[in-house]
Ligand binder design. Sequence first.
Ligand code: GLC
Length: 568
Amino acid sequence: MTQHITDATTDAITDRDAGRGWWHDAVIYQVYPRSFADADGDGMGDLPGVTARLPHLRDLGVDAVWLSPFYASPQADAGYDVADYRVVDPVFGTLADADALVRRAHELGLRVIVDIVPNHCSDQHEWFRAALADGPASPLRERFHFRPGRGPGGELPPNDWESVFGGPAWTRTTDPDGTPGDWYLHLFAPEQPDFDWEHPAVREEFRSVLRFWLDLGVDGFRVDVAHGLIKAPGLPDVGHGEQVKLLGAAPVPYFDQDGVHEIYRDWRALLDGYDGERIAVAEAWTPTVERSALYLRPDELHQAFNFTYLTTGWDAAALRAVIDRSLAAMNSVAAPATWVLSNHDVVRHTTRFADGDPARGLRRARAATLLMLALPGSAYLYQGEELGLPEVTDLPDEVRQDPAFFRGAGQGSGQPSGQEGTRDGCRVPLPWSGVRPPFGFGPVAGGPSWLPQPAGWADLTVAAQQGDPASTLELYRTALALRRAHPALGAGRDVAWEEAPAGVLAFRRTAAGRTLVVTTNLTGRPVTLPAPGTPLLCSLNSRAPGADLGGPGTDAVLPPDATVWWER
Ligand code: GLC
């Protein structure tokens, strides 16, 4: 990454100047392997498909790739139900394919982060199968949470916990002799039994799994359900009405327990034992950004997803508040802030921001992206957002695979906090080229894709957008290239807010003697103000910042639902 000279008179010290690790301002792109690129034509994306398309990510200008799980799995939760943590599922390829992917990424200057799923495994994992087979009193059951049921015949679940996917978080087992037996805990689907992290064998096993992938050369881990590993002693009832799913203000006895931190201190020591700045990022849906910061104390993990930011609507005051609060919380532990708008669990931001008007949704999504990419810290992109893909909202029920859909998790909540049962809509395979499905996702025109793609995606393929200055793809490329080149983008720890009319966000960032001003107009109408500088990039069009933006000493008309980067 480029080195910049520190200017002590500026209000931002860049991370790059201070020699902090690569992740402090990295842009990390999430690949959802089953939906990225399908090399063998079976309709399901795979690792050779990812490897073949890595040049797209290099050209896009990201720093790293995070791959969702590709391990051996019955796919009850799209691979987040892992049956063997050291084996690549045949649907995705082989271990040799994973190795080739990592090596090719490194050749292209991209780092690779893989998913680790420590809260639960698959019910087909050999430990769980052995625990079931060995019967009620078996010590093999101590690696999971088995409990007798309540009620006279044990026919009621051991406590009142609900699965994130809907229904009770407990499933009753049948003993080897055929009689109804104990219950086991699964915070997610019944096919995903929770490990008991109080058991030393669980801790040792995951140290070994981390080492396995680190030895293969990965640059880090995305820690699935990082807030869930430790449950409150005695597994007490929640006791109050509606339970939080993933993001909620009320503490619950199964999430964000203080005992998780000891595990991450252990993992950090393990990661630090490797060369090459290996990192871990927590998927921790905590009640506040301050609680998330606890995972990022200097001897714990490196980053945590900022779900508070992701769930903030298109509202200037709310965005300013979450930006300030996130930066303050992360600065308190000297960790980089992170920013994210979309992932494989939430409605794509193009659709979230649309309020029923897809064109408005796309404008706002592009504006939100330029706002995010100008903030200090690290940003996460989800595959397809660089194409402006909308959520697919009309998938027929018979093609859906999200277990939350079938278990009715929080349906109708309307909150983009993940796991509502609508997650297939953001997982539709990417359109790369051509005029009919699968749009280059697979090798054969007219071939299969595990979810159907809308016919209208012909206009959204990588090939169709390439070279078109009005396209979302070119906006992302231009923005990411500028972010690499401009010292005030991404680096640093703070923003300096400028005076602006209500509904307009305006902040300044200075580094290495250069000042960048960012304006986002959320008022819904044009706003005239003195031009804050010379326009560099406008979210409406990557090549033509716009005639009405003026320049130093003149007035600028900020278009609605647009972000502008200005050089002062
Ligand atoms: C995380 C994943 C989600 C998965 C769940 C259970 O939230 O992002 O896709 O369903 O964990 O593993």
